[in-house]
Design a protein around this ligand. Structure first.
Ligand SMILES: *Cc1c(COP(=O)(O)O)cnc(C)c1O
Length: 226
């Protein structure tokens, strides 16, 4: 299967999942996760119409952005954990940051923002896993109030990586908790917050629970280069 074939299949599945719950497929953004994939693979996906790409490592994102500077209207997403000392490098307002969960990173971004405010999502540790980044769901409101409403930041929603499971019902329960938290916070802060959730193995369940961004790597590009 070529990258174009994989993309077509993933897009069709996104459309079917959206239709099944009465959503428009066009409101869901497919972020093609290109970490540890060569720039040539990104070109192939771009040629097949893909425009949103996600990277986990800052250096890799910067290198690929330079190498692919000729691709018009490409949109980069940073989906990894951002160390606060490196935050100023992503403060130009052109990259959506999915994995913000520290006060110091938020502050550094706000301080470094020059032009448009930095768009970002708050990462939630929805499964309460010691090994995962993110703010505990019950602390999200306090954290957002204290750190995400600053000038220079454009807080747009929540992101999560739920615990790995092959059980769709279990995955759905985590996605549903994310949706409920998003609804609560949207009301509390009077803003339309988005949800970034769902990966190759579980994006259909995520869409059913309201995902606005799905982050899909291996289903599009195949196994990653180690
Ligand atoms: C790698 C990664 C993905 C994509 O995972 P796949 O299983 O390859 O689809 C999505 N989100 C994050 C945060 C990742 O690190």
């Amino acid at each position: 299967m070529s990258i174009a074939d994989n993309l077509a299949r993933v897009r069709a599945e996104i459309a079917a999942s959206a239709a099944a719950c009465g959503r428009a497929a066009g409101e869901i953004v497919l972020v093609a996760v290109s970490k540890r994939q060569p720039a040539a693979a990104i070109r192939e996906a771009y040629a097949a119409g893909q425009r949103d790409f996600g990277e986990n490592y800052l250096q890799e994102l910067e290198a690929k952005r330079d190498e692919l500077a000729d691709l018009k209207n490409i949109r980069w997403h940073f989906i990894g954990h951002l160390q606060s000392r490196k935050a100023p490098r992503l403060a130009d307002g052109r990259v959506l940051l999915h994995g913000i969960d520290s006060a110091s990173a938020a502050q550094k971004l706000a301080d470094a923002a020059t032009g448009q405010p930095v768009p970002l999502l708050l990462q939630i540790n929805i499964g309460g896993e010691a090994t995962k980044s993110g703010i505990a769901p019950e602390s999200a409101e306090t954290f957002a109030q204290a750190h995400l409403l600053k000038a220079g930041l454009d807080w747009q929603g929540l992101m999560a990586i739920p615990p790995e499971t092959s059980d769709t019902l279990e995955a759905t329960a985590f996605f549903r908790r994310m949706r409920e938290l998003r609804d609560t916070l949207s009301q509390r802060f009077d803003r339309e917050l988005k949800l970034s959730m769902g990966m190759s193995g579980d994006y259909e369940a995520a869409i059913a629970e309201g995902a606005d961004y799905v982050r899909i790597g291996t289903a599009i590009f195949g196994p990653r280069v180690e």
